[in-house]
Design a protein around this ligand. Structure first.
Ligand code: NAD
Length: 245
């Protein structure tokens, strides 16, 4: 790990326009399990598909119940050195942004503001109206859910849903476009904690390489893009990042 960490330190010191790309693996050391971890919220419940959410009040209530369990888990977590390092790189101007698949809001809590972050799968720490997009805070909706009603928008009466991209729901075009633009113009693409198995995660590192950037993959397990990377660090993220901050 030490040799790889020093090589990363040198690459970070040289880069002018890096991009961080994060998946569930960056938050496991904060106490939020990834998809595969046994016992995690994500593995215990079946996902509610978007069409089902739209069609059935029962499905909506099931989804809400799950969201409140997730938010409890997220609120117990604190950002770790991985989030901290990325926040420092962006705020110091060395990285242009962080693109994340996570919905836990830990990048914001480590100091990034909205325009420094592309949240491809949305954010589970608040809700938004499916009709007018107005933001609502989860704590304000809890009473309705506890009384057995799926919450409705206070402004237009539309359906409210946690602001995440559900299975079967299209990813917002604006996030995908921004992610592609940032990736295409970066000089270092740093993957942290993603199995790189779903789109667009699977293709962004390729896009970065094609644009001439160097690719660094920091992940506990092997990924199918390791052979393409200029540097692979197969170790726990927070542990690697602590001394880099
Ligand atoms: P994934 O679960 O498919 O892969 C995570 C990868 O991180 C794995 O390869 C694992 O080996 C690695 N990893 C786990 N802990 C690590 C650590 N401490 N250090 C280094 N590597 C570590 O995750 P994904 O690629 O992000 O896809 C899962 C999807 O599920 C995401 O799209 C996301 O929307 C959702 N999800 C989000 C969260 C969250 O917001 N924290 C948590 C679970 C799932």
């Amino acid at each position: 790990i030490n040799i790889a960490r020093e090589e990363l330190r040198a690459r970070l010191a040289e880069c002018r326009r890096g991009v961080g790309f994060t998946g569930a693996g960056i938050s496991t050391e904060s106490g939020i399990p990834d998809f595969r971890s046994p016992g995690g919220i994500w593995s215990r419940f079946r996902p509610i598909e978007y069409d089902e959410f739209l069609a059935s009040e029962d499905a909506r209530l099931e989804d809400w119940d799950r969201r409140y369990k997730m938010i409890a888990e997220i609120r117990r977590a604190e950002p770790n050195a991985g989030h901290g390092l990325l926040a420092k790189l962006v705020r110091g101007g060395r990285f242009s942004c962080v693109i994340t698949q996570n919905i836990d809001g830990l990048h914001q809590r480590s100091g990034l503001i909205d325009r420094q972050l592309v949240e491809l799968h949305g954010n589970g720490t608040y809700a938004s109206c499916l009709s007018c997009q107005k933001r609502h805070e989860l704590d304000d909706l809890k009473v309705e859910v506890d009384e057995g009603r799926a919450p409705r928008c206070k402004a237009c009466g539309g359906l409210l849903k946690a602001a995440v991209v559900s299975f079967g729901q299209a990813m917002p075009e604006i996030g995908l476009t921004r992610a592609a633009e940032e990736t295409d113009s970066c000089d270092l693409f740093l993957v942290m904690g993603s199995s790189l198995q779903v789109q667009p995660a699977a293709s962004l590192p390729l896009m970065a390489k094609r644009a001439g950037a160097s690719l660094v993959i920091m992940n506990r397990e092997e990924t199918h893009l390791d052979d393409l990377a200029d540097l692979v660090i197969r170790a726990p993220i927070a542990k690697v990042c602590e001394s880099l901050i």
